[in-house]
Every structure is written in structure tokens, then in C-alpha cells.
Write a protein of this length. Structure first.
Length: 276
């Protein structure tokens, strides 16, 4: 359903893993051959998982050859699950053979395909990748985001993080991926970036956090000027409490291909629903 692979990478120490060594110790070379055939079937058919039950065991054993019977094949699977070669929880609750490593291989190999990651079943990598999303959120000064912190606590930051934010901002000037932010009247700001047309009120740190908004866009590699312009307008130039902050903190960006387009779409939908 989600597309298999014609070939997959094989670790050179695969046969030294405890699970595979146990299989070979109990069942001999026919056991390791069964493991390889099992991996081939997973990658070939669904790409990163295989439904496993009594019927699947019978069919798989029949194709695996005469040297192995159903009881032995199930014994091999039991060892692979017990030793976490396959994810035990997913097998116990869903009857599915998969693992984080298998899923990462498949996702990397098929990353150029058009796909909706939100529809993928039995995904394990999501939990691990979600942990990195918090590191991507903007670091703000506490006094600049009091209202925002009350609504979305993830946006709050301490003074140490704020210093790191300033250091990253100075590097951004060198890359010129996004324009430097300085209030109108100084060198830069709306006057320095006329194509963004940033109004003066956006620099009021009691009501806005424009600097943090732009830093978030840079971290997400959103550099298209038209997309930046639309996000600025839809978020009212980083107004505290705007829905854009919830998007930054509540989205698993690893599942989003067009990040700029996604933010614009969600903000536009929110604006229509609230009528603001």
C-alpha cells in the first residue's frame, strides 16, 4: 500500500546481533536465512512492516522452503521480538513486525516520493523525532512573551536561551537567508527591507515578537520571500497569542514537506474560522 523497495542496505554486523546469533544457535543456517527472507518480504511489500499471524506464518514458511516448518518459523519470530530485533509492543498489540531501524531505512529510501506521512500506520520514529521539535522552537526573553507563555508555555524561555538566540541571529546576518530585524528609523527594519513591508507597531515587544517569528522561519529553512511575507501578514507580524506560535510548537515538522505552505494554509484556515 505504501510502496516497497527494490533493495535495502544491510549492516555488516547483522549476523553478530544477539537476536540473529540466538536464531542461528537454535535453528542453524536455515534460521539466519529465514531472517533475511523476512526482511526482504517486509521491505518488498509494505516497505517497513509486515502483519504477522498464523496464516502469514503458514504462507511464509511454505515459501521459505522445506528445511523449516511453521513451529520453527514462529520460534524464530518469537526470538526476534523478544530480543527487540522487532518492536515488542507493536507486535503484541498490533500483530505487526517492524522496528525503528527498518522504518528509518524505508523513510530515507523513499523520501522523494509524494506521500502523506500522517496516514502511515505503526510508525515508531514519530515518537523519537518529536523530541527534536522542542529544540527547534524559538528562544524568547521572558518579558517579551508573557502573554504567549500563558497560552503556549513551550514558547517561554529563560535568559540563557535568549543569549543563544542572539548568537544565532548574528550568524543569520552572515548567511543573509532572512533579513536582520531592527526597528524603523535605524539601519534596517521596514525601511531596510521594503519588500517585507513590516509596520512599525510590529517592533513593540509588549505586543509582538517579530524577532522570534523570523528566527523560527529561519530554523525551518523558510526563505521564500513571498511565503515569508504571507506568514508575516497572517500572524500580524508575530503578535503575541497569535495562532502561529501554536503551529510552531504543536507541529511535527519531520512530517511536513512544504513548511512555508503548511503554515500559510493553517493560519488562513484559522483566520477564516475565527473571522479575525
Amino acid at each position: 500500500m505504501y510502496g516497497g523497495m527494490l533493495y535495502f542496505p544491510l549492516k555488516v554486523n547483522l549476523f553478530e546481533e544477539i537476536a540473529v546469533e540466538l536464531v542461528e544457535a537454535r535453528f542453524g543456517l536455515k534460521g539466519t536465512a529465514a531472517v533475511m527472507k523476512l526482511l526482504c518480504k517486509i521491505y518488498k511489500e509494505n516497505g517497513y512492516y509486515l502483519k504477522w499471524n498464523a496464516e502469514q506464518c503458514t504462507l511464509f514458511t511454505n515459501k521459505a522452503g522445506r528445511d523449516i516448518n511453521e513451529q520453527e518459523m514462529q520460534g524464530i519470530v518469537d526470538i526476534l521480538v523478544e530480543k527487540t530485533f522487532f518492536d515488542p509492543k507493536t507486535y503484541k498489540e498490533q500483530g505487526v513486525l517492524t522496528s525503528t531501524e527498518i522504518q528509518k531505512v524505508w523513510l530515507e529510501a523513499t523520501k522523494r516520493r509524494k506521500r502523506d506521512l500522517t496516514t502511515l500506520p505503526y510508525l515508531l520514529v514519530e515518537t523519537e523525532e518529536d523530541k527534536t521539535d522542542k529544540d527547534r522552537t524559538c528562544t524568547q526573553k521572558r518579558e517579551n512573551c508573557t502573554q504567549d507563555a500563558d497560552i503556549f508555555p513551550e514558547n517561554a524561555c529563560n535568559s540563557k536561551q535568549s543569549k543563544e538566540s542572539k548568537a544565532k541571529e548574528s550568524k543569520a546576518k552572515e548567511s543573509k537567508a532572512l533579513p536582520p530585524l531592527t526597528p524603523p528609523g535605524e539601519s534596517g527594519g521596514a525601511q531596510g527591507n521594503p519588500d517585507l513591508d513590516i509596520p512599525g507597531y510590529a517592533y513593540n515587544r509588549n505586543t509582538h515578537n517579530l524577532e522570534c517569528l523570523m528566527l523560527n522561519l529561519k530554523k525551518l529553512y523558510i526563505t521564500d520571500r513571498e511565503e515569508i511575507r504571507k506568514i508575516l501578514k497572517l500572524s500580524d507580524y508575530g503578535r503575541l497569542g497569535n495562532y502561529v506560535w501554536k503551529i510552531f510548537n504543536g507541529t511535527n515538522w519531520n512530517k511536513v514537506n512544504s513548511k512555508g505552505g503548511y503554515i500559510i494554509s493553517v493560519l488562513a484556515r484559522e483566520k477564516r474560522s475565527t473571522g479575525s
